[in-house]
Design a protein. Structure first.
Ligand SMILES: [Mn+2]
Length: 403
């Protein structure tokens, strides 16, 4: 035991010395790897390799689930991956409480315990971290807080650049026929998946523009207490062209631009007050079905899952989760809280019910950590919700059997 400890220390000293020489020799701060104590796949490094407690969950620098940090939009432009977590720290489209620009950092902090025991998902019978996919944290898209129009373009460009990067893993073969799977995208290519950490909900407009570039019109599953399809004159009053694009209107614009598949998209957890019944007529025209939050009392999580699956079918689908779909008792740290929502458990159950759907990418938005409890309830809920999404993604490749 003593010998082992001593040799580990010697190795560590040598590594540290080597790193120091490199840093001085190259004068290139971009070459530094601050998180190189994290390996892929998740693996404890030192000391006490292969013990789950070796790389303490409360130590180190936060990435989502302690995944390796890859500077996907910086020096690591050629590094392939299968699923990337990507921050979009934008919150200048909010109507009530600001602060979602700190969402990506908060969610990463809330996620640090996800792999403490290895990360195996019992109900879904999968460990998404050990499913053969390369998972990375790409850090944040650089987003200006001074100019919404420019920021929205930055988010679209950053997301699009990653979405069109080659994947690390091949799509694989159909388990029944043994033939290679065919990509489900509109451009015929196999794309990696991106899970975006918001940011306020406005970011979904540029994200859907990016998704369109690979998948064309897309079905959307949207969990939220609000519709977010409001016309700019109804939500915000549209005093300027830029004010017309905000976290209550982005789906209206996405629909106007033809980014959303009409009829196979659906909201869940809706419970907002309205300007009047016309808001629902406008929502219908934007292409969405609706599940009210209160329906959980009558049809339960099974009934809600059934409605979603019947609406989406086997089409490629984009998943957008507003943390305010969860009741503020469980997730208080959000921009526009609404009581009467689902519990964290209920939303997680519903997300697991999407097992088998082709979720091409996803986001979680409106996490504003400044309003959280000291127990980090909201950022933990956000991270755990994404763990279910990640597990569903890991089980279902974005391919279909050849005809
Ligand atoms: Mn929303």
């Amino acid at each position: 035991m003593h010998l082992l400890t001593r040799s580990s220390l010697v190795v560590a000293v040598v590594i540290a010395a080597t790193a120091a020489v490199h840093a001085h020799g190259e004068h290139d701060h971009d070459m530094q790897m601050p998180l190189d104590y994290v390996k892929f796949p998740y693996q404890a490094v030192y000391p006490g390799d292969n013990e789950v407690t070796a790389d303490s969950v409360f130590s180190g620098i936060a990435t989502f689930a302690k995944l390796p940090w890859v500077q996907c939009l910086g020096k690591d432009k050629t590094v392939p991956f299968d699923i990337a977590f990507l921050g979009a720290p934008f919150d200048t489209g909010t109507s009530y409480r600001p602060g979602a620009r700190f969402g990506p950092a908060g969610i990463r902090a809330g996620s640090r315990r996800l792999t403490l025991y290895g990360g195996y998902n019992v109900p879904l019978t999968v460990n998404p971290f050990l499913a053969g996919l390369k998972l990375v944290d790409c850090g944040d898209i650089p987003v200006t807080p001074y100019d919404n129009k420019f920021a929205i373009k930055q988010i679209e460009d950053g997301h699009k650049e990653l979405l069109h990067r080659p994947t690390f893993s091949a799509l694989g073969n159909d388990t029944i026929t043994g033939k290679p799977l065919v990509p489900i995208s509109a451009d015929g290519k196999h794309h990696p998946r991106i899970i975006t950490l918001g940011g306020d909900h406005t970011i979904v407009l540029p994200l859907l523009r990016s998704i369109y570039s690979a998948y064309g019109q897309i079905s959307v599953i949207h969990f939220d207490s609000h519709l977010d399809t409001w016309k700019p004159e109804v939500f915000g009053g549209a005093p300027s062209e830029q004010a017309a694009i905000n976290h209550g209107t982005y789906f209206y614009w996405a629909s106007q631009e033809g980014l959303i598949k009409n009829g196979s998209s659906i909201h869940g957890a809706i419970r907002t007050t309205l300007s009047g019944p016309a808001d629902y007529a406008n929502d219908d025209a934007s292409g969405f079905q609706r599940i009210e939050a209160r329906e959980i009392d009558t049809i339960g999580t099974d009934g809600i899952i059934k409605k979603i699956r019947e609406t989406v079918g086997d089409k490629p689908v984009y998943l957008s989760i507003d943390i305010d779909s969860i009741d503020p008792a469980f997730a208080p740290a959000t921009g526009t809280p609404e009581t009467g929502g689902w519990s964290t458990r209920e939303l997680r159950t519903i997300l697991r019910g999407l097992d088998g759907l082709h979720i091409v990418s996803a986001d979680i938005v409106e996490v504003a950590p400044a309003y959280d409890t000291n127990a980090e309830l909201t950022t933990m809920a956000a991270a755990d919700v994404l763990y279910e999404v990640l597990s569903v993604m890991a089980k279902t490749p974005l391919g279909k059997a050849a005809e």
